[in-house]
Design a protein around this ligand. Structure first.
Ligand SMILES: *Cc1c(COP(=O)(O)O)cnc(C)c1O
Length: 375
């Protein structure tokens, strides 16, 4: 057994929880009942609205739930198509399918790993209802071009910003630009409530529709008890989760800065190697949720060897998402060459907020051995 094997395990991610979150969660568990059972939820929504600069926010039990309700409120349903990138986590596509609509997968750009706007435009049909812009690993979609396409064709532009807390496009935070935005607070994300999510929008009418949907179809002005006006959903965040979220929101600048510190340390340490990392084009800020390396085309990168090396050195490896079209429930799209190439040549790096420079050094040493051995 190598010496490094006995060293502490490096997780690919874990939350940053301090006395603050523990104090708020304890308070919610102790006193947050009865009349006070929504206090932390209301405060969490307010803190998130302020951070993002949006008019409305509804905390949910998951990011998937926020997407599902938002799309339902836009009347996306059977016969409709929603365009999204092929290379994505399935959570972005599942709500489209649950609503009876069709996810239309298109290829991504090689530098941003996000929607290729020309592929989006080519995929538009009379059935297209929306474009779902997923900001992958903190990288931003080209929101200006996508907004222009959406406007030209009368489509909704939706943002899945679950991975883009801290990312800013030309002065506007990810998630605040689309008809609505969805975020996730799963334990792996930049801020967490354990499980959880949030729906955000600047559209007053859409907000009211999602609010009704989120409460089993009960409108807030309804005076009759237990009177749903339509079949809705039950995707609510609990007060105890929101209490943890309030602590995280008070620390959000520090948590985003932590992610950026980790990325920049990797970037400096890996500078000489034949690889690219998450881009940060002019006029944008990348929240760097997940520092990711993509081996250069010429470099002979062996993903399995790197994963084995990580394992031998007690480091969690995490593969880049598979193209959704390579999964059994979707039609194959071998012509999406960028998505397929990315998946095979990339890997996410451990990036929890408190990872030490020494631990980053252990990860870098594994990458260096693989890429230099094959050079
Ligand atoms: C995590 C994630 C989701 C899903 O969020 P959950 O809270 O797990 O439902 C959706 N989209 C993207 C891009 C994600 O990374």
């Amino acid at each position: 057994m190598s010496i490094e094997n006995t060293k502490n395990r490096i997780y690919y991610t874990k939350p940053s929880i301090t006395e603050l979150e523990i104090r708020y969660a304890t308070d919610a568990a102790t006193y947050g009942w009865g009349e006070r059972c929504y206090e932390y939820i209301a405060r969490f929504e307010q803190l998130f609205r302020q951070h993002l600069g949006v008019r409305h926010a509804i905390a949910t039990s998951s990011g998937t739930g926020a997407l599902h309700m938002g799309m339902a409120a836009l009347d996306i349903g059977p016969g409709d198509e929603v365009i999204l990138a092929d290379i994505n986590w399935i959570a972005s596509a599942a709500p489209i399918i649950h609503l009876g609509a069709k996810p239309v997968l298109v290829d991504v750009l090689p530098d941003t790993w996000c929607l290729d706007p020309s592929a989006v435009e080519a995929a538009i049909t009379p059935r297209t209802k929306a474009i779902l812009a997923v900001h992958l690993y903190g990288n931003l979609c080209d929101m200006d071009v996508l907004a222009a396409i959406a406007q030209r064709h009368g489509l909704h532009l939706i943002e899945d910003a679950a991975e883009a807390i801290g990312s800013i496009w030309h002065g506007q935070r990810a998630g605040s630009m689309g008809v609505f935005g969805a975020f996730s607070f799963h334990g792996t994300k930049t801020i967490t409530t354990g499980e959880g999510g949030i729906f955000v929008t600047n559209d007053d009418a859409l907000y009211e529709r999602v609010l009704t949907l989120s409460n089993h179809g009960r409108a807030r002005g309804e005076t009759r008890q237990f009177w749903p006006e339509r079949v809705g959903y039950k995707y609510k965040m609990s007060n105890v989760q929101a209490a943890i979220g309030c602590g995280q929101m008070e620390r959000i600048d520090e948590l985003i800065a932590g992610k950026r510190r980790v990325f920049e340390h990797y970037q400096n340490a890996l500078r000489q190697l034949p690889l690219r990392m998450n881009p940060e084009p002019a006029n944008t800020t990348n929240g760097y949720w997940m520092p990711t390396i993509v081996a250069d085309v010429g470099a002979s990168f062996d993903r399995e060897a790197l994963l084995a090396s990580f394992k031998a050195h007690n480091i969690d490896g995490r593969v880049f998402f598979w193209p959704l079209s390579s999964l059994p429930m979707f039609e194959p799209h071998p012509q999406h060459t960028t998505s397929h190439a990315l998946s095979a040549h990339a890997i996410n790096l451990p990036s929890y907020h408190d990872i030490t420079n020494e631990e980053i050094g252990r990860v870098v040493a594994c990458i260096r051995r693989i890429l230099e051995a094959n050079a």
